[in-house]
Write a new protein. Structure first.
Length: 258
C-alpha cells in the first residue's frame, strides 16, 4: 500500500467535534478520502490552518477501510492566500473542485500506481493563476471559468468537433454563425440549424480553437470580443454537463459564480 501522498484538498466534511473527512486530488489525477484527526483545532495533531480547501498537502496515510484512510501526519506544501479573502474567487475555486470531483476516479492505494495527471495539472494551474490574478488586481470570474472549462474539455476528451459542421460537413472556418450542438458533440452551421443558431456559437468556436493550442501560462483574453462572456460560460458548462450526464443544479457553488 502507498502511504505517502501529495494532493489538493478539494472538500471537507466535519466529523465529530475536532475532526473532518477530506478529499484529496492526488498528483496522479485520482482522489482519495482521509480522516484528519484534530484538524479542526483543539487537538495535538495539527491546526485547521494547515488543512483548508485549496491547500496542497503532503500526507502520510494509515491503512483504511471502505476507501477511507486515517491521515497520520500532514504538512502544508502550498496555500492560496488571496483567494480566501475574495468571496467571488473562493466560490469559483469551490466550483472548480465540484467539477473535477464529477470525473476523477477514486484511488485504491493498494492497487498498482497508474498516472493520468491531467486533472491535477488542470486544477492546480487554475488555482495558481486565480491566485496570481488577485495579486495583480485583474481577476475576472468569467475568464477564469472559461479557461478552466476549456482545459477540462481537452484533458477529458470531450472537446467538441471543430473542423466541419456536424450535419453538412461544411468548413466551419468559413462560417460566421454557428451553434454548439451538445447531442452531436460539435458545431453546426447556421444553414443547418437556421434560427436556432446561437449568438455565442462563433465566440465559443474561436475561444476553443485557441484553448487547445495555448498553455495556461501563455493564454490571453485580450484578442477576444465576446457578445456575452457570461452566456459563453453557461454554454460551455452546459456542454460539460451533457457529456457527463449531470445537471447544473448539482453544483452548489454555481449560483455564487454565474
Amino acid at each position: 500500500m502507498r502511504t505517502k501522498v501529495e494532493g489538493l484538498l478539494i472538500s471537507k466534511i466535519p466529523f465529530q467535534d475536532k475532526h473532518f473527512i477530506g478529499k484529496l486530488l492526488l498528483r496522479n489525477g485520482k482522489k482519495v478520502s482521509a480522516v484528519f484527526y484534530g484538524a479542526k483545532g483543539g487537538g495535538k495533531k495539527r491546526t485547521s490552518s494547515l488543512a483548508d480547501l485549496g491547500h496542497m498537502l503532503a500526507v502520510e496515510l494509515g491503512r483504511g477501510k471502505d476507501g477511507l484512510y486515517p491521515a497520520k501526519e500532514w504538512s502544508l506544501i502550498w496555500a492560496p492566500k488571496k483567494i480566501r479573502e475574495d468571496y467571488k474567487a473562493l466560490s469559483l475555486m469551490c466550483l472548480y473542485f465540484e467539477i473535477v470531483s464529477k470525473f476523477c476516479m477514486e484511488d485504491h492505494l493498494e492497487d498498482e500506481l497508474h498516472i493520468h495527471d491531467g486533472p491535477f495539472r488542470v486544477l492546480s494551474n487554475a488555482i495558481f493563476f486565480l491566485e496570481d490574478s488577485l495579486k495583480r488586481g485583474d481577476f475576472n470570474t468569467y475568464e477564469h471559468l472559461l479557461l478552466f472549462l476549456g482545459k477540462v474539455f481537452h484533458d477529458q476528451g470531450i472537446f467538441p468537433k471543430m473542423k466541419s459542421c456536424v450535419f453538412c460537413e461544411c468548413d466551419l472556418a468559413e462560417i460566421s454563425q454557428m451553434s454548439l450542438v451538445f447531442e452531436q458533440g460539435g458545431f453546426s452551421c447556421n444553414l443547418c440549424l437556421g434560427p436556432q443558431a446561437e449568438g455565442v456559437g462563433r465566440d465559443a468556436w474561436n475561444f476553443l480553437q485557441q484553448v487547445r493550442s495555448t498553455s495556461y501560462q501563455d493564454f490571453s483574453f485580450k484578442t477576444f470580443k465576446f457578445q456575452s462572456i457570461k452566456s459563453l460560460c453557461q454554454l460551455l458548462l452546459g456542454h460539460f454537463c451533457y457529456q457527463f450526464h449531470i445537471e447544473e443544479r448539482q453544483f452548489r457553488a454555481l449560483p455564487m459564480v454565474l
